[in-house]
Design a protein around this ligand. Sequence first.
Ligand code: MN
Length: 362
Amino acid sequence: MFVFSADSHVREPNDLFAKALPAGLRARAIQSKRENGFIMTTSGDRVIHRLRVAENRDFGGNKRIGLSEIPGRLLDMEKDGIDAEVVFPTLALWTYVLEDPELELATAQIYNDWNASFFAAHLDRFVRCGVLPVRRFEHTLAELARLGRRGYTAAMLPCATPPGIPAYNDPAWDPVFARMGELGIAAVLHSGTGLEDVIVERGPGAAVINYTRQMTDAENALLALVAGGVLDRNPRAQVAVIESGASWLAALAERMDEVYAAHAIFVQPKLSLRPSEILRRQVKCSFQSDRACILARAVTGHEAILWASDYPHNEGTFPRSREVIRGLFEGVEISERERADILGGNARRLFRFDAPAARAQA
Ligand code: MN
C-alpha cells in the first residue's frame, strides 16, 4: 500500500541564512548551536528557542541520516516503509517569530530557493513546502507568485497568528487564500509556528500542557478561518493542519454546527454552508497515533485525515511506522479504499503528488 507521510522535516544548512541574507540583515540570521546540553536557536542576540537535549535521545534526530541529505533519507524511508512525504523546515519553522518584515521575507525567500533546488531531482518521492512571509501581505502574495511559478503545491502559514498580524477571521486574509486556491497551493499550518515562544507553560505538567495545547492552536486557527468566512469566500483554498492530532476535528465540526444554528440571530457573517461542510470541503489534519480520528471519520469524512510520521523527530514514528500503522487499524472496520486514502491517497491528491513534472516548473 502506498504510504505518504504528511509531516516530515529537513534540516537546512546551519549557515544558510547567515550566508545568504543581505549584509544589513545578516546579524539576525536564524541559526542554532549546541551549548551545555541545549540546542539554542537564535536570531542575533535573541534566543528564539532553547531545547534540552536528553541523554542519548537527540531531539530533532541529528543522528538520523536523512535529516540533511537525500540518499540517507531515502534509505530511512525504505526502512520505515514510507513511499513519499511532504517536507517542512527545521530552522525556518521559526520564521514567524521574526518581527522585521524585510528579514521575514528574505528568510522565506532563502529557504524557498534552497528547498526548491535541494529536492528538485526527487519530486517522485518528496513534496516541497514553501514558507510564506506574513508581516506584509504584499510580501505574502509576491512569494506566492514565485512558489506558483516553481510548481509548489504546499506553503506554510503560521498555526497561531503572531501579535500584530490579522487573525484568521479577518477578511484581510482573503487575497492570500484566494490566490492559494487559484494556484492550487495548500496552506500548511504546522504546530508550534507563529507562537512567540512555544513554551507557554512552565509550571507543573508543562511539557504535557505545551505539546497538547498545540492542538488548541490548530483548532483556533480553523475556528477563525471558518467562522469568519475566509474559507467560505475562497472555496478553492485548502488548509492542512499538521502535527496537532486530528480527532478533535469531529468535535469542532459538531460544536460549530450546533452554535451556528442555535445562536443564528447573532451569527455574522452568514455562511453559504454549515461550518462542518466547509471543514469537510477545505480542511485536512495530520496525525500519527491518534486512532480516534479514524473512529470519528463518519463525522469528518475519511478524506479529512492524513497519516504522518514526523520524521526525523524522536517523537515521531520512525523506524516503527509500519507497526504504528498496523495498530491504528487493528479491530477497526474500514474499507481498503478508506484505509488507502488515509495512509496516502488524501495527501497525494491534496499535494498533486502524481504530477511531479508540473510540480517542477522553472
Ligand atoms: Mn512536524
